[in-house]
Write a protein that binds this ligand. Structure first.
Ligand code: SF4
Ligand code: SF4
Length: 442
């Protein structure tokens, strides 16, 4: 996308004018000093593998990422890159500029050269490292810096899709694969310069990408919950990360008014097929402020969706999922600079029928792999927009599972989710946020 003439634009700034967005000292959502590390075993896709989400999710989670021939083909390359994530640095340090600013510009330029859509850098807080790996072994790596890449999932294909049909998994994998390839090359390059570096992708990573994307100034936390929304491509992306000890200058978080916008807009919650996104307020979860989604419902839907290969419908439906045409840029400018126009813009997004599928953009074949044979699937998700759905349900349907009750690294057996308790916890967590903000007078 060409936003303006790039003739005089230095390479390290990339193609999106991220430098024009307001920078702030702290993220726009509260992060207390009491955020606990979690083991990979506590992640809901891992929980599905262990049977915590029931037998169907346990069976389907092994299949859904290779459920279509295209997904399987992209996944194949993506997983083959895992052995390249780690390596030893060169014995001797290269003669580099000793200015961290210069090195940040250089590394960002490299990531853009390798086709990242946006790049940010931050220091890594302790809680952003997983405590234990997938085998239950402690993760001891502690690099100081994270280079965070944002990769667009692609506007045009998203236009043709319902968000949860037979291309939905491949849309994610397109971004996972591009991010992974970029990250392994960048990490390998830094190691050849004599510094430690490790790539972290969807296939294998030791860090939580969401807080790093937030701290690196690449977006704000959105109502979708465990997703950082970027002002220029919205939620339509996947991150990848390189951690390193190479001295770098860091970026600050950004504020483009998203907390207020998401407070007023509930389109993702209205359109989520699993009803996993809260309509109500944010909560305090494990020490941080978040619109906490019902991860159990979302994971079950993505792994067992009978009418598609996964789901990214919340990304598809968000008013920030735009391409950067002149009218989109004007709407974005208005959403950021003129808060009083936000309700109108949210209404306009529906009125202009954004979110409906554009049949001209449907290029893929609906195919499924069943018992090692490629067949035409029995069903296809053909959703458009559900304007009639209620949006006043608060958080009543959203279960959240408190940090203390998550499986530990040693749990090798099934740890079933307790949905009743999860629903109760959501209400408590809303109150916890109110009290925490009162104490801190935020
Ligand atoms: S990925 Fe699908 S199921 Fe999950 S929150 Fe988004 S729309 Fe809902
Ligand atoms: S759809 Fe609306 S509420 Fe949901 S993330 Fe996008 S802007 Fe926020």
């Amino acid at each position: 996308m060409r936003i303006f003439s790039r003739k005089k634009r230095p390479m390290h700034l990339g193609k999106f004018p991220l430098e024009k967005i307001k920078r702030v000292d702290k993220p726009t959502t509260l992060i207390t000093d009491d955020v606990k590390q979690v083991p990979k075993r506590a992640g809901f896709f891992f929980r599905a593998f262990y049977g915590d989400l029931g037998d169907t999710a346990k069976r389907e989670v092994k299949r859904f990422i290779t459920k279509t021939p295209l997904n399987a083909a992209m996944g194949h390359t993506h997983w083959n890159e895992v052995p390249l994530h780690r390596g030893e640095p060169a014995a001797e340090k290269a003669p580099l500029p000793d200015d961290p600013e210069e090195m940040s510009k250089h590394i960002k330029s490299l990531c853009y050269f390798l086709d990242a859509d946006m790049v940010g850098i931050c220091e890594i807080p302790e809680y952003a490292w997983y405590s234990h790996d997938d085998k239950g072994e402690p993760i001891t790596t502690r690099h100081k810096y994270a280079i965070v890449l944002v990769i667009d999932q692609g506007w045009e294909t998203m236009e043709g899709s319902s968000g949860d049909d037979w291309i939905s998994g491949a849309q994610s994998y397109r971004a996972y694969l591009k991010g992974s390839t970029n990250a392994v090359i960048t990490a390998d390059y830094i190691r050849r310069l004599g510094y430690e570096a490790q790539a972290h992708s969807n296939a294998d990573g030791d860090v939580l990408q969401i807080p790093l994307m937030l701290l690196a100034g690449l977006g704000e936390l959105s109502r979708i919950g465990e997703l950082i929304l970027n002002p220029f491509i919205g939620p339509r992306h996947k991150p990848a990360v390189i951690t390193t000890d190479l001295p770098l200058a860091v970026d600050k978080p950004i504020d483009f008014g998203l907390q207020d916008f998401c407070n007023k807009c509930k389109k993702c919650a209205r359109e989520c097929p699993a009803q996993a996104i809260p309509f109500g307020d944010k909560v305090l979860y494990n020490g941080y402020e978040i619109w906490k989604p019902d991860v159990e419902k979302c994971t079950k839907y993505r792994t067992t969706n009978p009418k598609g290969s996964s789901c990214g419908r919340c990304m598809k439906m968000c008013p920030f999922n735009k391409e950067g045409l002149m009218m989109h840029r004007l709407a974005l400018w208005s959403a950021i600079k003129l808060p009083f126009t936000r309700r109108f813009l949210i209404w306009l997004d529906d009125a202009l029928k954004y979110g409906r599928r554009n049949p001209i953009k449907k290029w893929w074949l609906d195919l499924e792999i069943v018992n090692k044979r490629v067949v035409v699937p029995k069903n296809v998700s053909e959703r458009d927009v559900h304007l009639e759905r209620p949006t006043d349900l608060g958080n009543s349907k959203v279960a959240t599972y408190p940090w203390e009750k998550l499986p530990t690294a040693d749990d090798k057996e099934t740890v079933p989710v307790d949905r009743k308790e999860g629903l109760k916890h959501t209400a408590e967590a809303e109150e916890m946020l109110r009290k925490a903000k009162e104490m801190l007078r935020v």
